[in-house]
Each structure stands twice: as structure tokens, then as C-alpha cells.
Design a protein around this ligand. Structure first.
Ligand code: PLP
Length: 231
């Protein structure tokens, strides 16, 4: 992957994002997060030096720590399964945690953020397909989770993140519409900013049918991964 290919991929994704917004009459911004898992340091440095993306997301603490350098031109988001015992390594390095999936995790983020005198912005993760292999709250449980977590002083819920089951286009659209209904209800009630949904295979649908305003894209930007991490 060279700089030309990387730039071209990013431009293509950005123009697809704009086209999706146009199709459904949206004029607000959609934030593109580059999901950089398994990418080598030279790729990260290329993004950094050329200011190709404003945010990169990692789903493993160890990989984030390896790639993190002070003064990088982009921000880091944490987007994957976060174990409570690893929260302390990342609270001072990331600007948004997408993947809060339990009260216990939120409490640990609160505790560690307090030590840094920081209020950590987070999203609560919804498991849209109710899959056992994936974490996250069920959509029916999400409001109770919000009520529990919003009382923590050093955590600020900025919105929701969805993980989707692998299914055909028709069912993906159905789930995104279900997500959108919940999102519309909750964002006004709790003054939320972000809905993070959509990956390489479904980001255009997430923008059009769920009103997602953060998409997390790996493959379409960085190419196919030779090995894969769990989401
Ligand atoms: C890897 C990953 C992505 C990006 O997946 P692609 O299909 O390669 O775009 C998005 N979100 C999470 C949580 C991931 O782990």
C-alpha cells in the first residue's frame, strides 16, 4: 500500500459517503474513522505525516499502545471489546470509546478517568443481531443502561454504536431502520451527538437507513487484512 493508493481509497470512501448523504437529503457531517487493526506502523505514519484521516480506531489495547505516539496529527478512538483491566492503559490516549457494553466497564472508565481529571466521551454498544458471539446491550435494554451510566461523573455518553450481524441487504436495511427509530428517540431525549454504525460492507446503508454519523472503515481504506481480529 503506497500513499497514492491510500489517498485514492480514502477519497473514494469520502465521495461514497457524500453520495449516500445526498441520496437521503442529509447535509450534516459524517465522521470517517479509519479502522487500522493489523496495519503496520508505516501505514499509520503515512496517515499521520500526510494528515489523511482525522481519526483512527483500534479494537485491541495492545495494538493501540504500539501505534500511539504523542503529537500524532489524528485522534485515536477505541472501537472494540474492552476488558476492564485494560482501561487504565488507554483513558489518557483516546478521545472516544465506542464500545461500552456493560455497567462494570463504564464504572472502570469512570474510575480511571477520574485519575486523569478527565471526562471520557463514550458510546454505548448495541448488539443488533442479539448474537452471543458479540457483546453489547440489546436494543430493548439500552435505555436502562443509559440511565445507569449517565450518573457517573467522569463518563459522558455521547451516543450509540451498533454492531451488526452478517445478513443480506434486505435484513440489514430492516435492522438499520430499527436502529434509526431508537436513535431518533434517544438522541433528542439525552442530547446525544453520535451514532457509530457502518463498516466497509454496509456504511452506505448505515448512512441512508440508520442516520449514522460515524462510520468505521477498515478494508475499503487499507485493503484486505491478512488476519483478522474479533470485533
Ligand atoms: C475491523 C473493524 C471495523 C472495520 O471493518 P471493515 O469491514 O474492514 O471495514 C469496524 N468496526 C470495528 C469494531 C472493527 O473491529
Amino acid at each position: 500500500m503506497d500513499i497514492l493508493e491510500l489517498t485514492e481509497n480514502i477519497n473514494k470512501v469520502q465521495s461514497n459517503i457524500l453520495a449516500s448523504c445526498r441520496r437521503c437529503g442529509r447535509t450534516d457531517n459524517v465522521l470517517l474513522v479509519g479502522a487500522s487493526k493489523t496495519m503496520e506502523q508505516d501505514i499509520i505514519d503515512m496517515v499521520d505525516c500526510n494528515k489523511l484521516l482525522s481519526v483512527l480506531g483500534e479494537n485491541r489495547v495492545q495494538e493501540l499502545l504500539a501505534k500511539y505516539k504523542e503529537g500524532q496529527s489524528f485522534e485515536w478512538h477505541f472501537i472494540g471489546k474492552l476488558q476492564t483491566n485494560k482501561v487504565k492503559y488507554i483513558v489518557d490516549k483516546v478521545t472516544l470509546i465506542h464500545s461500552v457494553d456493560s455497567l462494570a466497564l463504564a464504572k472502570e472508565i469512570d474510575k480511571q478517568s477520574k485519575k486523569h481529571d478527565k471526562v471520557m466521551p463514550v458510546l454505548l454498544q448495541i448488539n443488533m443481531g442479539k448474537e452471543e458471539s458479540k457483546s453489547g446491550f440489546f436494543i430493548e435494554e439500552i435505555e436502562n443502561a443509559i440511565l445507569d451510566i449517565q450518573s457517573l461523573d467522569n463518563v459522558k455518553i455521547e451516543g450509540l454504536m451498533a454492531v451488526m450481524p452478517i445478513c443480506d441487504k434486505e435484513n440489514t436495511i430492516k435492522l438499520f431502520e430499527q436502529l434509526k427509530a431508537k436513535w431518533c428517540e434517544l438522541k433528542d431525549k439525552y442530547n446525544f451527538k453520535y451514532l457509530s454504525a457502518g463498516m466497509t460492507n454496509d456504511y452506505e446503508l448505515a448512512i441512508e437507513f440508520a442516520d449514522a454519523n460515524i462510520v468505521r472503515i477498515g478494508t475499503a481504506i487499507f485493503g484486505k487484512r491478512s488476519y483478522d481480529g474479533n470485533i
